[in-house]
Ligand binder design. Structure first.
Ligand SMILES: NC(=O)c1ccc[n+]([C@@H]2O[C@H](COP(=O)([O-])OP(=O)(O)OC[C@H]3O[C@@H](n4cnc5c(N)ncnc54)[C@H](OP(=O)(O)O)[C@@H]3O)[C@@H](O)[C@H]2O)c1
Length: 332
């Protein structure tokens, strides 16, 4: 087990010599993504961060960017506006970044929420949260491969539910949960999380130079639980008044969550490259200590889920891969 003290000690070693120089945060406008951006900037390193998010958050984010630049003038935080639930916009944003950068060291993906409430589709016909938590994340990863490939220590971190896969948590007959009765908050989170792991596992076999992490953050009181309900829904108040005070008792503090995700973004514990790690090396989804896909839980332990992943690899991977390729093809 990795202790929090070890995590803090590792993060204290982050310097210009080993930190990511160019990072892309998709979902860094709130929650775990924003906490991690702040922690990274607070290390004082020279870094360029593309903070990608939707128009409605732009004004609020400008204040944050001003604060971050004041804390660390060596950090350049570039607001990159785009409607990230749309794959056409994902492609456009990647083109903007590709036109400016010759490499990307860290891609950090956190957009999404639990889709309690009604099923809502984007104008591209995808369920909004499936697009945010799965399709758009896989498209960002794929389109930025050419820049990640030019980094010395490229890393992709997708924050959702790594290690929580179950053979029964994926509906292979209805991958987009479109059929009546198949969609719901819990079913959707299981489906999108499992699809993340299966697809990233395959990408990792094709891109052995990259460290992939699918992280399960545990409980962090970011307000994510209530996002699925409309702003005027009574459920928002029920969650605020009843559930969130309870969640706060079992949640990681903002700072600890930030430090844990900073560790996952920089430590050599995952694949051997990054901030030197003297503890037990993490094992990937193929139970190896080399690069690959690391399923990392809220304690920052690798949980390769050895009873489930091989079964999913055999029974589900081809179907998920082919279906995802079909959805992403127009944007590749
Ligand atoms: N927090 C937890 O306890 C927890 C536990 C397990 C898994 N997770 C998962 O981990 C991921 C990160 O969680 P979090 O707590 O950091 O989430 P969060 O605070 O709710 O923030 C997620 C990000 O998603 C963006 N987003 C939400 N809806 C959007 C939409 N319709 N269009 C575009 N962007 C949208 C937000 O943008 P704006 O800032 O513009 O709103 C924000 O940048 C999520 O997928 C969540 O489901 C969280």
């Amino acid at each position: 087990m990795v202790s929090y003290r070890e995590i803090q000690a590792s993060n204290e070693l982050i310097s210009d010599a080993n930190a990511p120089r160019v990072a892309v945060f998709v979902g860094g406008t709130s929650g775990i993504g924003q906490l991690t951006v702040k922690a990274l900037v607070n290390t004082g390193v020279s870094i360029r961060i593309y903070l990608v998010g939707r128009k409605s958050s732009e004004e609020r984010i400008q204040t944050l960017i001003d604060e971050l630049q004041a804390i660390n003038p060596q950090a350049e935080v570039i607001w990159t506006e785009g409607e990230i639930s749309l794959l056409s916009e994902t492609k456009r944003i990647c083109e903007v970044i590709k036109a400016k950068e010759s490499r990307v060291d860290l891609l950090f993906l956190t957009a999404g929420y639990i889709p309690f409430g009604e099923r809502k589709e984007t104008t591209e016909g995808l369920e909004t949260v499936q697009s945010l938590e799965y399709y758009s994340r896989m498209l960002f990863t794929t389109l930025l491969f050419p820049l990640l490939g030019l980094s010395e220590n490229p890393r992709v971190v997708s924050v959702l539910s790594g290690g929580l896969e179950r053979v029964t948590s994926i509906n292979l007959d209805d991958l987009d949960l479109k059929k009546p009765g198949n969609f719901g908050g819990v079913a959707a989170q299981g489906q999108y999380g499992t699809m993340n792991s299966i697809y990233l596992d395959k990408l990792a076999t094709n891109h052995t130079d990259i460290t992939f992490i699918h992280s399960w953050p545990g409980a962090v009181n970011t307000g994510s639980v209530r996002r699925g309900f409309g702003p005027n829904s009574i459920m928002v108040w029920v969650i605020r008044l009843l559930l969130e005070p309870l969640l706060a008792l079992v949640s990681y503090s903002d700072n600890e969550s930030a430090q844990r995700h900073l560790f996952q973004s920089t430590s050599a514990a995952f694949g051997g490259r990054g901030i030197p790690w003297k503890g037990k090396p993490g094992v990937n989804s193929r139970e190896q200590e080399t690069t690959g896909l690391f399923l990392v839980n809220h304690k920052c332990d690798c949980t390769p889920n050895t009873r489930v992943i091989p079964v999913l690899r055999e029974k589900a991977q081809t179907k998920v891969w082919d279906h995802t390729q079909e959805v992403l093809r127009p944007y590749l």
